[in-house]
Design a protein around this ligand. Structure first.
Ligand SMILES: Cc1ncc(COP(=O)(O)O)c(C=O)c1O
Length: 386
């Protein structure tokens, strides 16, 4: 199925809603039944019917069909946030006594799930450097149920060899799940590489306008059905029909926006890679990136985000640099129309800044839809201040 068909047509049965080009927002919590037999039938298996919008809803279903197809998966389930799309599928697949292997430095709330929340319920986790397949082999225990990947991560972009991990996990009957947010399925299709479940935050590129929070997981029909039946309804983390509509709208321009963001980011990386005030550049396709070869092999594009370690001696210099940026907004998140800068030193008390620690000097950039030349000039002028 081609991308244009998925984004513009798939799942849209327009004759059912007056041939409207934009899908309807079915903003209802409840669905009514004509007789007791149909109500009984719906209550017996909510996964197949519209009963209550904490479960299924027609607007959300259009979104799920498109997102599953984008991933090359049989099915998808959307959630009220990306974090819910991590937490609920994981919880639906583990129980007390199970063990999880997770790559080091995942997204902060994924880290909290594995190291704080799940241990309270008897699920343990080993965090490993996922750049080497031997580390997975060593970390797997007899009770390992799940391997959780994030390739690349969204700060220093370490990758995992997805085909190698998938094949190792299959040989040991272990489930694999990946956070594919950095790439989106346009640049990397983990399901086609043998990964069982692939999630992304829709808050970023899918929405694309920084006005809605959501997440999605895709996988086989059987896996998605299991997640729905196990815990999805209990957590109550369904996206609202209105936000589903915003994500559907975002999908119309996804290809154009991702293309622009990635191409502009590459331009900025090339410009600043050898800049005298740049200590180190982090970007999967960059010449200096240690896993560049793997990135070129398994990702169709490098993303719209990169990170620079600034050649500075103090947190004050980083603050001065960031405060001098005029075109970049200073904020968390990414994937919208607007370019962003996020300094690591903002995550710690100023007195903890260690000038000898490169990680403390990192500033992450997300490149939005503005003219990349304007963004280069902006960083240049801010670097000139330090
Ligand atoms: C890599 C990654 N995964 C998951 C999430 C969580 O998504 P959300 O903010 O939609 O809950 C984020 C959010 O920043 C993210 O960057």
């Amino acid at each position: 199925m081609d991308l244009s068909y998925i984004l513009n047509q798939l799942g849209e049965e327009r004759e059912q809603y007056y041939n409207a080009v934009a899908p309807p927002i079915i903003q209802t919590s409840n669905f009514a039944f004509d007789d007791v037999a149909s109500l009984r039938n719906a209550l017996s298996d909510e996964s197949k019917v519209y009963l209550y919008s904490r479960g299924n809803n027609p607007t959300i279903e259009i979104l799920e069909k498109k997102l599953a197809a984008l991933d090359g998966a049989e099915d998808a389930l959307v959630f009220a946030s990306g974090v819910a799309a991590v937490t609920i599928p994981v919880i639906a697949n583990v129980k007390s006594g199970n063990h999880i292997v997770c790559v080091a430095k995942p997204y902060s709330w994924t880290n909290k799930l594995f190291n704080t929340l799940l241990p309270r319920f008897g699920v343990t986790c080993t965090m490993i450097d996922g750049t080497r397949i031997e580390n997975f082999e060593k970390a797997i225990q007899s009770n390992t149920k799940l391997i959780f990947l994030e390739s690349p991560n969204t700060f220093t972009y370490e990758l995992q060899d997805l085909k190698a991990v998938a094949s190792l996990a299959r040989s040991k009957n272990i489930l694999t799940m990946i956070d594919n947010s950095y790439c989106t399925p346009l640049s990397q299709k983990p399901i086609e590489m043998g990964i069982d479940l692939s999630m992304q935050t829709m808050t970023k590129y899918i929405g694309g306008h920084s006005d809605a929070v959501g997440g999605v997981v895709s996988g086989s029909k059987e896996m998605i059905r299991k997640i729905f039946a196990a815990d999805y309804l209990n957590f109550g983390a369904a996206v609202s029909p209105f936000n589903a509509f915003l994500f559907l709208r975002g999908l119309r321009t996804l290809e154009l926006r991702v293309e622009r963001s990635c191409n502009s980011a590459s331009m900025l990386v090339e410009h600043f890679e050898n800049h005298p005030k740049v200590l180190k550049m982090y970007y999967p396709y960059s010449i200096s990136f240690p896993q560049r070869e793997l990135a070129l092999k398994q990702m169709k594009k490098s993303g719209g985000m990169f990170t620079i370690a600034l050649d500075v001696k103090s947190a004050d210099q980083i603050e001065k640099f960031c405060n001098s940026l005029k075109r970049f907004l200073m904020a968390v998140s990414w994937g919208g129309h607007e370019s962003l800068a996020f300094p690591v030193c903002a995550t710690m008390p100023k007195e903890n800044f260690d000038a000898a620690n490169t990680d403390h000097k990192l500033v992450r950039y997300y490149i939005g839809l503005e003219d990349p030349k304007v963004l280069i000039e902006d960083i240049e002028q801010a670097l000139g201040k330090i």
